[in-house]
Design a protein around this ligand. Structure first.
Ligand code: HEM
Length: 225
């Protein structure tokens, strides 16, 4: 029974989620490209907004980049960690950015809940997404606290597992013996990837990079003030 459950959670579910992600992000981009955004609510409320959205983004971008780098160059991470001081620096920095993400996310949820105007423009999908991101961040911080040295065991176990998924030759032997909290964090990550195209998270794929090099533009308003 356990074997069947592991196969379902670490082979079938990841492929279903990844398939949904690729198919639906492309479909939504073609069919409703104007909805491809995280519609800003800054003009409805601006004070609390800064202290929630900004720390959240600094936190999540660093944490996400860290996961991606460990996935791409696991051996280099293991070499870096071979020296205990460097391992501590990496672990403490990762935890600090994880906590920053959590503080920002709590701010985002409290702001959306406590301000009537913002609550009005928050959809059911937003609430489900915030709940998923909250559980993902709490479980991530929990993993860092209760199962330390994640930067090393991610490189030795999770990176090979994720690569086995990418090359369509899934090998779950790397993950079956991991503690419950880590398994929960992996499964919720795949579920979030599957849910991604249906949410405001699609804005991650449409960063307005041309703003960095396009010519400045002057906007003039004619007519009555
Ligand atoms: C790739 C770089 C990213 C950029 C440039 C970016 C930009 C933005 C912008 C402009 C907003 C709207 C803020 C407003 O209300 O004015 C926003 C909101 C949001 N972003 Fe990002 N984002 C990025 C990455 C991410 C990532 C990786 C995540 C999470 C996995 C994320 C999650 C969110 C969420 C949940 C909101 C809604 C917050 C709210 O309005 O309550 N973003 N982002």
């Amino acid at each position: 029974m356990n074997h069947f459950l592991d196969q379902f959670m670490f082979v079938a579910l990841p492929y279903v989620c990844l398939f949904t992600f690729f198919l639906m992000t492309i479909y939504r981009y073609q069919m409703q490209s104007f909805s491809y955004s995280s519609l800003s609510s800054q003009f409805l409320e601006n004070k609390h907004h800064f202290w929630a959205v900004v720390p959240f983004h600094y936190g999540i971008l660093v944490v996400a980049a860290g996961h991606f780098i460990a996935f791409l160059i696991p051996r280099t991470i293991l070499l870096w960690n071979a020296h205990p001081l460097r391992l501590y620096v990496l672990e403490v920095s990762a935890l600090a950015f994880g906590l920053l993400t959590l503080v920002g996310l709590i701010g985002i949820v409290v702001r959306r809940f406590s301000n009537t105007k913002i609550r009005y423009v928050t959809t059911y999908t937003d609430w489900i997404l915030f709940a998923m991101l909250m559980l993902q961040t709490i479980s991530g911080v929990g993993v860092a606290l209760f199962h330390p040295w994640g930067s090393s065991w991610f490189a030795s176990n999770l990176s090979p597992y994720l690569w086995s998924i990418v090359i369509l030759n899934p090998d779950i032997s790397f993950v079956v013996a991991l503690p419950f909290l880590v398994k929960f964090h992996i499964v919720l990550a795949f579920l979030t990837i599957g849910f991604f195209p249906f949410t405001r998270l699609v804005h991650v794929l449409v960063i307005p990079n041309p703003y960095l090099w396009r010519k400045p533009q002057v906007v003039r308003w004619y007519g009555r003030r």
